[in-house]
Design a protein around this ligand. Structure first.
Ligand code: NAD
Ligand code: DAU
Length: 348
């Protein structure tokens, strides 16, 4: 049985990756290593937690002896590394947390793999899941991020992810480790933590609270349904060429204000409110410091070389997402109680 270590599997994207691997590959033993920070939630995985090929391990990637011991015990065949501090706004107030988990944590994981595999890389694979934010921001509407776009990280979050990407590539070059990296655009979907734009707006609409749009709402993001990202990760893990990088995105750009208005309209319909009710909650607030203007991924390489493509149109994905949140209000209530309230008060 192949042993695969997935890190950050209790988080938003990680939980969808864990579910896909556990259900699709009964011949793999899946280990989910997660620290269970504010963003980690085992309630994301209740449907698969008792599967015989699934094991949860609580632990911190920053704790090198712990990571070394876990790797030495299991000698994993593959790693899918998603664990990270993931929220740009939090990186602005507490950059060091991002250095520790995203940079030190990644290097600890690379060292544990290197020291356990000892150059015997047959059938082994270290896959790092990264972000399009490492490429900086775009201004010209005709430009897209490709795999050869120069790195230009502009927030503490993207600087930490860029650094971790560089370490992964450096271990591939220096120690010949079998590495592969993907850089993906903004995800949305079920289990998205409500500090991020779409679930935050859904939560606020449900509670008739102001919808805080940063700046003029002109910033552009390229949105991909989280299950399509998980499918892409499965594709790259199994078919991606070692040493390569693949960009993942949905060719689906939206100005924040247009997206929020569309979401308001979907929510009005679902809640039986008159069209235009939720839009009245939109409030323009102080812009994010260093706010990147536009991200847009050119996903042609993964589409042409590996045959992956998104399965959903945005409107369909957004409706599925809203349906999920409306059906899981207990999940939403649980994650927005306690510390979330304090976070929200300091942010807005
Ligand atoms: P998330 O914040 O929802 O989840 C992160 C998970 O990592 C949580 O379960 C958390 O408990 C765990 N974690 C954090 N620090 C840890 C540590 N020190 N040790 C062990 N576990 C730890 O993040 P997400 O949005 O699911 O993102 C997952 C990955 O995908 C990240 O690497 C992120 O950079 C990348 N990514 C995210 C997006 C997006 O739109 N969300 C897009 C592209 C890439
Ligand atoms: O591009 C991939 C990245 O997408 C991932 O690497 C990150 O982990 C993920 O958090 C996401 O980063 P963003 O900063 O783009 O996502 P966020 O949901 O925080 O914000 C999306 C846009 O909406 C951004 O332009 C800021 C804006 N925004 C966000 C919030 C939370 C608002 O206008 N108001 C808000 O309250």
């Amino acid at each position: 049985m192949k042993k695969i270590l997935i890190t950050g599997g209790a988080g938003f994207i990680g939980s969808h990756v864990v579910r896909l691997f556990v259900t699709k590959y009964p011949e793999y033993q899946i280990f989910n290593l997660d620290k269970l920070t504010y963003a980690g939630n085992l309630a994301n995985l209740t449907d698969i937690e008792n599967q015989p090929n699934y094991t949860f391990v609580k632990g911190d990637l920053v704790d090198a002896p712990f990571v070394d011991a876990l790797f030495a015990e299991h000698n994993f065949d593959g790693v899918v590394h998603l664990a990270a501090e993931s929220h740009v706004d939090r990186s602005i107030t507490d950059p060091m947390a991002f250095v520790l988990t995203n940079v030190v944590g990644t290097v600890n994981l690379l060292n544990a793999a290197k020291n356990t595999w000892k150059g015997n890389y047959d059938g082994k694979r270290f896959y790092h899941v990264s972000t399009d934010e490492v490429y900086g921001e775009l201004h010209n509407p005709e430009d897209f991020f490709t795999e050869t776009t120069a790195y230009d990280p502009r927030s503490p979050y993207s600087a930490s992810k860029a650094s971790s990407d560089h370490f992964v590539r450096a271990y591939g070059n220096t120690y010949k480790m079998p590495v592969v990296i993907t850089n993906c655009s903004n995800n949305y979907g079920p289990n998205h933590f409500p500090e991020k734009l779409i679930p935050l707006m859904i939560h606020n609409i449900l509670n008739n609270k102001p919808l805080p749009v940063y700046g003029k709402g002109e910033n552009v993001r390229d949105w991909l349904f989280v299950i399509d990202h998980a499918r892409a990760i499965d594709t790259v893990y199994h078919k991606g060429v070692l040493g390569e990088t693949y960009n993942i995105g949905g060719f689906n750009e939206w100005k924040n204000i247009d997206l929020v208005k569309l979401l308001c309209s979907v929510m009005d319909k679902k809640l039986g409110r008159a069209e235009g009710t939720s839009e009245q909650l939109i409030t323009y607030v102080t812009d994010r410091a260093g706010h990147d203007l536009r991200y847009a991924i050119d996903a042609n390489k993964i589409m042409k070389e590996l045959g992956w493509e998104p399965s959903l149109q945005f409107e369909e994905g957004l409706e599925k997402t809203v349906d999920w949140f409306l059906a899981n209000t207990e999940w939403l209530d649980n994650v927005t109680s306690g510390n979330y309230q304090k976070y929200y008060e300091t942010m807005y």
